[in-house]
Ligand binder design. Structure first.
Ligand SMILES: Cc1cc2nc3c(=O)[nH]c(=O)nc-3n(C[C@H](O)[C@H](O)[C@H](O)COP(=O)(O)O)c2cc1C
Length: 315
């Protein structure tokens, strides 16, 4: 590991180190109003949600790195402490990026970007019609981290007072579907990430879990599992009971086991394995069970992986 104190790095380099490490970051596309009522739009990826009760989000327009002056968004919020924060899916990114140009305060970024201003419900600044969601916000507090210092942040702490969700991002139950929302994230330098094509689910353990030391010995000392797979298996509140319907519903596969496994029919391979169990030594059988469970864990299917392991009479 390369270690250093932040002050040992030039400011610009430190900026990129931090932004590359703290990534991907969500992007707030912030709409404010100038004292002359000019609408302003600008993106901020120093942004997150910090409380849902009360609903509070924070973003940070830094003082300009060039001369330490306040960006238009910050100036606007000092006179009218209200804004809307609009979501940024990939289809909006070109316009969002355009709005990041250092336009003078009198320029209306809605006009520059071709986006449509829509009156908000509870605040004066417009929301962006094309955005998949908009949060109407009232500023609770602005914390200056180092007044007037180039690139120093200003934490804009916002109470969310009204929320707009486009029906296009909702599933049949009315829940936001990230595959429909398709947000992008910002990383270091000019990198962005897509969310929609790299999604997976991993439930947070809400009860105390068994932890790695309580995994069965044969699993803990298996040559197949890495600490990563052990951590996934250890994230259950107790070792599950075998579910008889699991084995009954295994898909069929063309033998041999190896071919089905390599073809990606992991559970079909398990079915073949169970059919041929008596032709294998307990060690060979267990090794296969672990290989199949490891494959299932690649998809974060922890319950299924346990059902695979429970097929081993020597667990
Ligand atoms: C995706 C993206 C994220 C950005 N995040 C921030 C940020 O978190 N803080 C910041 O000060 N500037 C950020 N910027 C740069 C500002 O958007 C840019 O300085 C803009 O001109 C500010 O506009 P304003 O003067 O109208 O407020 C970001 C730019 C882009 C493209």
């Amino acid at each position: 590991m390369k270690g250093f104190k932040p002050e040992e790095k030039p400011r610009r380099e430190l900026h990129h180190i931090l932004l590359s490490c703290i990534a991907p970051r969500p992007i707030a596309f912030v709409s404010t109003l100038g004292t002359d009522n000019t609408p302003n739009l600008a993106p901020f990826s120093f942004f997150n949600c910090f409380s849902s009760n009360p609903p509070v989000v924070v973003f940070s327009p830094s003082y300009r790195g060039t001369d330490g002056s306040a960006k238009d968004t910050l100036q606007n919020l000092r006179s009218l402490p209200e804004c809307t924060i609009n979501g940024v899916p990939e289809y909006l990114l070109p316009q969002v990026n355009l709005a990041a140009s250092p336009y003078p305060p009198a320029v209306d970024e809605f006009q520059q970007t071709g986006l449509t201003p829509v009156p908000s419900t509870m605040v004066a600044p417009f929301r962006v019609k094309e955005a998949p969601f908009s949060l109407e916000c009232k500023v609770r507090q602005i914390i200056e981290l180092s007044p007037g210092q180039p690139a120093s942040g200003n934490l804009v702490i916002c109470d969310v007072v009204y929320i707009h969700l486009s029906p296009a991002i909702l599933d049949e139950q009315g829940k936001i579907d990230p595959r429909k929302l398709q947000l992008v994230g910002r990383l270091g330098y000019s990198w962005y990430s897509r969310t929609a094509d790299s999604l997976f689910c991993l439930d947070m353990p809400l009860q105390p879990t068994i932890g790695i030391p309580k995994l069965p010995e044969s699993v803990q000392h298996s040559p197949v599992f890495t600490i990563r797979e052990l951590a996934l298996l250890a994230s259950v509140p107790s070792i599950p009971e075998p579910d008889p319907s699991f084995v009954q519903h295994l898909p069929s596969a063309e033998p041999p086991v190896e071919t089905a496994f390599l073809a990606g029919n992991t559970l079909g391979a398990l079915r073949l394995l169970l059919e041929q169990q008596e032709h294998l030594t307990p060690q060979e059988f267990q090794l296969w069970i672990h290989r199949i469970a490891r494959e299932v864990l690649q998809q974060y299917q922890i319950e299924t992986a346990w059902q695979v392991l429970l097929c081993d009479p020597h667990l």
